[in-house]
Design a protein around this ligand. Structure first.
Ligand code: GLP
Length: 262
């Protein structure tokens, strides 16, 4: 696992956007580049940087197909907290990408199992995901794979923990009851199948999760720790998120990745 420590959130986002753009630009195959994408506050700065690059002609999304990580159950597209709305508002409406290249789980479906199975099939039909960008919850979840979700889980319905609903209530009038109780989510196994995974981890609130993901044992308690078994896993983080790493770990990654520091 690589851990790229940047001084602050802005640099973390610039690094991640540069990395993603470089990967898209280096992709010379006929088939599209398949990009997995997250929601949440962490990726907003990355989307901002990618929009800038798209407008400046530095990266094109015309041959990119996207798959989002997750979606709340029961929120229609036009709900301003649906992940469909979030992605269009923060990214897709500002770049040139064919609408048919965008894939987001439908949280309003009356056949959630079928919806999730079809999502997995569609990913597979493209030959898998080239690069999956993700965020991380304070409890270490990736997508909505809460603690004790199987590390080999596939796309399916997830119950949100009370803790996650409390954390996400900041977007729902600070009322955890207004946060949907369920979501459709890719599985940890789905993320693990991507050729590369890039996790964004910033701010003091993520310090425990970063330490567990990087230094702890592989454990279903911290589902992102599965990435220790991935051959192309990277974490881009800021200094604030490093507070619970041992000094040795922190120094190791600063040293080994020093050329990457912006
Ligand atoms: C939600 C999403 C996750 C995201 C997490 C962290 O729970 N399902 O995919 O990583 O929030 O969000 P934030 O980046 O706002 O801290």
């Amino acid at each position: 696992m690589r851990v790229i420590i940047q001084e602050n959130y802005e640099n973390m986002c610039k690094w991640a956007a540069n990395y993603i753009a470089a990967k898209i630009n280096a992709h010379k195959e006929d088939r599209p580049f398949i990009l997995g994408l997250p929601t949440g506050s962490s990726p907003i700065g990355v989307y901002r940087e990618l929009i800038k690059k798209n407008k400046a002609g530095e990266v094109s999304f015309m041959n990119v197909v996207t798959f989002n990580m997750d979606e709340y159950v029961g929120l229609p597209h036009e709900h301003d907290q649906s992940y469909w709305y979030f992605m269009h508002d923060n990214f897709f409406d500002h770049i040139e990408i064919p609408a048919e290249n965008i894939n987001i789980l439908n949280g309003m479906t009356d056949d959630p199992e079928g919806e999730c199975a079809r999502y997995e099939e569609k990913i597979a039909s493209y030959g898998g995901i080239d690069l999956f960008m993700g965020g991380i919850g304070v409890d270490g979840h990736i997508a909505f794979n809460e603690p004790f979700t199987s590390l080999t889980s596939r796309t399916g319905i997830r119950d949100l923990t009370t803790d996650t609903r409390i954390v996400n209530s900041r977007f729902f009038d600070n009322d955890p009851e207004k946060v949907p109780a369920q979501a459709l989510s890719v599985g940890t196994g789905t993320v693990m199948d991507a050729k590369e995974v890039l996790i964004l981890c910033n701010g003091h609130s993520k310090a425990r999760a970063l330490a567990a993901m990087v230094e702890g044992g592989v454990s279903q308690k911290w589902t992102s720790s599965a990435l220790q078994l991935h051959n192309g896993a990277m974490v881009a983080c800021d200094e604030a998120a490093c507070g619970e790493l041992t000094v040795d770990t922190y120094k190791y990654f600063l040293d080994i990745e020093k050329k990457e520091r912006l």
